[in-house]
Design a protein around this ligand. Structure first.
Ligand SMILES: [Zn+2]
Length: 362
């Protein structure tokens, strides 16, 4: 699911493509994709004639500011993608909403799983806030601060942590605590900070808080630079990201931890997979009580099938000397980079093929 860096990339690409264009209409085959209107037709009537003034992002939503005091929000959810193409370009059956632009192009919302949502909302004339209806309340009233904003200082982060009792992983995923962080960057930030995902926020010492603050922002900023992680269905209007090559634990169950060489573990927490190194990310005894031990007992050895596992022989890295573990990790990283490049090349070819045969492809 696209997180802050991916959605930021989509918003930046869109900004270059559609600011200044006027929307002339909308069509679609999936009314539930429209969060703000009962039918695609009602949405189309309301959106037609509005000019795109700016494109930004709030949390995991693309926010398109329109003339006439309105805003379009686009939540990509699991598999949503946005493309801007000439209207004559053949579509496929996963394009569920298309906004026609006055210059002969279309903004297309493609969504295989159909969890994504588009909404057209009024903006507060005084503050510019996106409202959930005419005279309504701020759509983002319950959304936490943007972690890359200058206003999000270490001091502000500490203030928000105070009184929080949750464990760190669910806390970071809580959009009311901080906006835009999802499964990928929560796992990566906790690994960088050497903090266990089951650790209680209340047990953090000041240096732990400072590390988590710094690492969370660093990884999000790096991911924005690299146009996000092209995992699963994520792509942006101007192409894929490359942050997936820099991920150290996310979806790397069984591979050696790049720091210590021990296998990356996976637990399921609130129905979300969580990846971590139980050696580098120690759980204090106090946090082990009250449920954590049961969650950790449920950790199973990773499946022995699958290329990643057999190739890298992760369990074999247990008991390596520090140097051996470092060399194993370096080899694993080189292999990942090589494989990611091969995947990108294959994807580019597949994308070219799909475009060539668009209309018939799935
Ligand atoms: Zn480790």
């Amino acid at each position: 699911m696209p997180e802050l860096p991916e959605v930021e990339t989509v918003a930046r690409d869109l900004r270059g493509l559609i600011v200044g264009a006027t929307i002339t209409g909308a069509a679609g085959d999936w009314p539930r994709a429209i969060a703000s209107h009962p039918t695609v037709e009602a949405f189309a009537t309301d959106v037609a004639g509005r000019r795109v003034e700016a494109v930004g992002r709030r949390a995991k939503l693309v926010v398109v500011e329109l003339s006439g005091g309105a805003a379009l929000t686009i939540h990509l959810k699991m598999t949503g993608q946005l493309f801007v193409v000439p209207a004559a370009t053949p579509g496929d059956r996963h394009v569920h909403v298309a906004l026609a632009l006055d210059d002969g192009r279309e903004l297309r919302f493609r969504d295989i799983r159909k969890f994504g949502r588009i909404g057209l909302w009024p903006r507060d004339p005084a503050t510019g806030a996106v409202l959930d209806g005419e005279g309504g309340t701020d759509l983002f009233a319950a959304t936490g601060p943007e972690p890359l904003d200058d206003a999000f200082t270490l001091r502000a982060f500490r203030a928000r942590l105070r009184g929080r009792r949750q464990r760190l992983k669910p806390l970071l995923l809580d959009q009311g605590f901080v906006a835009g962080v999802g499964n990928i960057y929560a796992d990566e930030a906790l690994w960088r900070s050497r903090l266990h995902p089951l650790r209680r926020a209340a047990s953090l010492r000041r240096p732990d808080e400072a590390r988590l603050y710094r690492d969370l922002r660093a990884i999000l900023a790096e991911a924005v630079e690299r146009r996000g992680s092209s995992i699963d269905d994520y792509t942006a209007p101007d192409g894929d990201g490359s942050m997936q090559e820099r991920l150290e634990v996310y979806q790397r169950t069984g591979e050696p931890c790049p720091r210590c060489g021990r296998p990356i573990r996976r637990i399921v927490l609130g129905a979300r997979a969580t990846h971590f190194c139980s050696w580098c990310q120690r759980l204090p005894a106090a946090d082990r009580a009250s449920g954590a031990a049961a969650i950790l007992r449920a950790v199973r050895a990773p499946a022995t099938k699958g290329r990643r596992w057999t190739e890298l022989a992760a369990e074999g890295s247990l008991g390596l000397t520090r140097d051996e573990a470092e060399r194993a990790a370096a080899r694993a990283r080189a292999e990942r980079t090589r494989r990611a490049a091969a995947t990108r090349r294959a994807d580019a070819r597949a994308g070219a093929d799909a475009r060539a045969g668009a209309g018939e492809s799935d």
